[in-house]
Design a protein. Structure first.
Length: 368
């Protein structure tokens, strides 16, 4: 039994699926310890998405250990205010496994699947979607708090997903996709290609500031949806979860990606482009929540480029959707032959809305 490989307390009474499992398969483990209920989260990590699961698990342990120390120093509860990884039972680790890196943090079964476990944080609530300014503020507060706790974390993390948000690497892929023209679609995409090429210099200039250290390298979460933030029953932020994609990069990526998803008045693949725009009200709410926790630990360059990060990440998504359409729809799941092209147009409309409202976005950041 996989659960028996980990340092759980008490006896297991029930194991059942939890959540939709878009990337990892997640199970909740229920049991009791001397009559008291105990719960754990067991996950089968997708090693196709995360080829270095041991490195990923070590990232999580280093990040959570740093946050735990901050929580303890502030007199908080480290078992509730940060995710806790459950390690392997020492007696279950074979001599062969002991020779492998971080083998105490995961179990690899006979089929090559990687399993990891963490404690379930009782008395916590989640929101599936941030569809009001109040929830956008809370979402910003949650990610801002996470990044503030890690502002002085200086240890390089393993790159769990190659080139994530690295626009220089994306442009290398872009040039290859145009040259290969795998699906024979390039001839019909002159306008869309011009959207990318006309912004290339600006986006590379921003990324150069990350590469040369003008914008500092921090810990990035890289999946900032509000369902990855736990709140207590009073609605206050407890902690950020789902740390599989934690890596070293600019923390502006997290802000930008959150704005891309939180503020869109339409759907990511909306065919009715009149519905798509950036809600300045939602931007203001998220920025205020984020900066209420994060501003004190930000550099001048981070504050200067914070609003731009929303344009950067949204541009990257336009590029990725269009590139996948050119490649013949090999990465994103599609439900129609033009699905990736529809996504491209919808994200481009969102990008245009951000560009039009950029002065107001900058004013909001400056006023927080």
């Amino acid at each position: 039994m996989i659960v028996s490989k980990f340092e759980t307390r008490g006896t297991v009474e029930e194991i059942r699926p939890l959540g939709p499992g878009f990337i990892n398969d997640t199970l909740i483990v229920r049991g009791s310890d001397n009559g008291a209920p105990v719960r754990y989260i067991l996950q089968r990590k997708n090693h196709n998405v995360f080829p270095d699961v041991p490195g990923m698990m070590n990232n999580i342990v280093m990040v959570t250990a740093h946050i735990k120390a901050k929580v303890e120093a502030a007199g908080g509860d480290p078992m509730r205010e940060v995710l806790t990884v459950v390690e392997r039972r020492q007696e279950s680790i074979t001599e062969e496994e002991k020779a492998l890196p971080y083998s105490n943090l995961y179990y690899k079964d006979a089929d090559g699947n990687f399993w990891a476990m963490c404690t379930f944080i009782e008395g916590s609530i989640t929101y599936e979607k941030a569809d009001t300014p109040a929830l956008a503020y809370k979402g910003g507060q949650g990610i801002g708090k996470f990044q503030a706790q890690l502002a002085d974390f200086n240890t390089p993390l393993s790159e769990t997903i190659k080139g994530f948000h690295n626009i220089r690497w994306r442009f290398q892929q872009w040039e290859e996709a145009l040259k290969k023209d795998a699906a024979g679609r390039v001839k019909d995409l002159a306008e869309e290609i011009s959207w990318i090429e006309s912004r290339k210099e600006e986006m590379l200039a921003f990324w150069s500031l990350v590469e040369n250290g003008t914008i500092p390298t921090r810990v990035t979460h890289n999946d900032t949806k509000i369902s990855n933030i736990l709140f207590d029953e009073a609605g206050e932020v407890l902690c950020v979860i789902d740390l599989d994609t934690c890596m070293s990069s600019t923390s502006l990526n997290d802000f930008g990606d959150a704005i891309r998803s939180y503020t869109n008045t339409g759907a990511e693949d909306d065919r009715d482009l009149s519905k798509v725009s950036m809600s300045l009200e939602m931007f203001k709410a998220y920025a205020e929540g984020y900066l209420s926790e994060r501003k004190a630990s930000m550099t001048e360059s981070e504050l200067e480029w914070l609003a731009f990060s929303a344009r950067y990440i949204t541009f990257e998504q336009v590029l990725r959707f269009l590139m996948d359409y050119i490649d013949g729809d090999t990465y994103y799941k599609t439900n129609a032959p033009d699905h990736n092209l529809v996504r491209t147009h919808a994200q481009y409309k969102l990008l245009q809305s951000m560009e039009e409202q950029y002065p107001q976005m900058q004013e909001i950041v400056a006023g927080c």
